[in-house]
Design a protein around this ligand. Structure first.
Ligand code: NAD
Ligand code: MG
Length: 389
């Protein structure tokens, strides 16, 4: 790749988001290694157009069909093809003309296009954890069948992936996912009951999209990551531990059968796992800020408070139960977080909605893909009816 002849052609799904824009920064900094083939955005047409004018992709998709004409006109002097609507995501994911999909769409919406790319045998840089939470068994099976490498972008999973390089068949005893604890670390329900959207959106260490920022505050994000880790690294739930580490400099740890532990460290910056996934197995030199020991004289670990942050227990239940339970958990959580972000429900109500959905939607032990879609729809409707949306 470094000979400058064959650049890796990247399809950036969710290019206007936090992950997507950081992926484009990596591409911009390494034009000899990467080029942009596809960009997709849901509603931010202005940024999508700006990105398309800068990176000259073969195709762009705007999710919101009412914005199609606007995007088409803005790009009329270019070679870029313009598509619109949900189905177009799968259509462009089916293109032969790209090498790697950077899966940066948020939520269940990322599943179908990512699955399409997997079926095409593309490399996947996976940020969209919900894809594996919802249908991890099917996605991983198809990835093996189609020899589609799935390289994690989520910082914890990238850390584990990096720790496993060179370990061949050495068996993992367990993995330890680190969690910052979010903005409400140490708080109790009497405080959380009054928490509002703007407060929950202040994450101490990471700047991310709204949905994952709320998930980090409720600890649902770490629960989703346990499920993601199960599928990525083929683990039993007992092998997955979560520890609170407020400084977010140890990104996660692998413990091998001899008790030896490998951790991956660095400053919290998503560009690092993004570029690692894109250039794997090569590391690219960069000028990102470096770790300074003087600024981190102590680093701490503590047990997560699962009695207060019950989303983590619910996700652990879903992890053990398997079947469509993680899909139900995810769908109800997406609706509840959506409502919380619009000040329709309180912070603790998120957990109540998820819990009720898990109790009420029928359990299926070995769902088909269609059954996953149905469970997602049922759980969304149920959650919406609870919230009276
Ligand atoms: P974001 O909200 O900033 O961006 C989401 C992107 O997805 C946008 O480009 C948006 O246009 C697109 N999108 C949203 N809804 C869509 C829909 N219904 N159909 C098609 N496209 C849609 O989110 P983000 O923070 O970049 O997170 C993206 C994914 O990466 C999430 O799954 C998240 O869990 C994961 N992730 C993010 C971070 C981070 O630092 N931001 C870290 C680890 C993992
Ligand atoms: Mg993470």
């Amino acid at each position: 790749m470094s000979d400058g002849i064959s650049k890796k052609r990247i399809a950036v799904f969710g290019s206007t988001g936090s992950i997507g824009t950081q992926c484009l920064e990596v591409i911009q900094a390494n034009p000899e290694l990467f080029e942009v083939e596809i960009l997709t955005a849901h509603s931010n047409d202005e940024l999508l157009v700006k990105q398309a004018l800068q990176f000259s992709p073969n195709a762009v998709v705007i999710g919101d069909e009412t914005k199609y004409q606007k995007v088409k006109e803005a790009l009329s002097a270019t070679e870029t093809k313009v598509f619109a609507g949900e189905d177009a995501l799968e259509e462009v994911a089916d293109f032969d003309t790209y090498d790697m999909m950077l899966a940066g769409i948020v939520g269940f919406a990322g599943l179908k296009p990512t699955l399409k790319a997997v079926e095409k045998g593309k490399s996947i840089g996976l940020a969209n954890k919900e894809t594996l939470v919802v249908a991890g068994d099917i996605v991983m099976k198809k990835a093996v069948e189609n020899r589609s490498p799935i390289i994690p972008v989520d910082s914890e999973h990238s850390a584990i992936f990096q720790c496993l390089v060179g370990e061949g068949r050495n068996r993992i005893e367990k993995i330890v996912l680190t969690a910052s604890g979010g903005p409400f670390l140490g708080k109790k329900p009497n405080f959380l009951v009054n928490v509002k959207r703007d407060h929950a959106l202040q994450h101490p260490n990471w700047t991310m999209g709204a949905k994952i920022t709320v998930d980090s505050a409720t600890l649902m994000n770490k629960g989703l990551e346990m499920i993601e880790a199960k599928w990525l690294f083929n683990l039993h739930p007992d092998q997955i531990q979560v520890v609170i580490h407020p400084q977010s400099v140890i990104h996660s740890i692998v413990q091998f059968e001899d008790g030896s532990m490998k951790a991956q460290m660095g400053l919290p910056d998503m560009k690092l796992p993004i570029q690692y996934a894109m250039a794997f197995p090569t590391r690219i030199k960069n000028n990102f800020p470096r770790f300074d020991f003087k600024k981190f004289s102590t680093i701490n670990f503590e047990e997560p408070d699962v009695k207060t942050f019950r989303n983590l227990s619910l996700a652990t239940d879903a992890l053990y139960k398997g079947g469509n339970m993680p899909c139900i958990l995810n769908a109800a959580n997406e609706i509840a977080v959506w409502a919380f972000l619009r000040n329709r429900i309180g912070f603790l109500d998120i957990t109540a909605v998820v819990e009720k959905a898990m109790q009420n939607i029928s359990f299926i032990e070995h769902p088909t893909l269609e059954e996953y879609f149905d469970s997602d729809g049922e759980a969304r409707n149920f959650a919406a009816s609870l919230i009276k949306l």
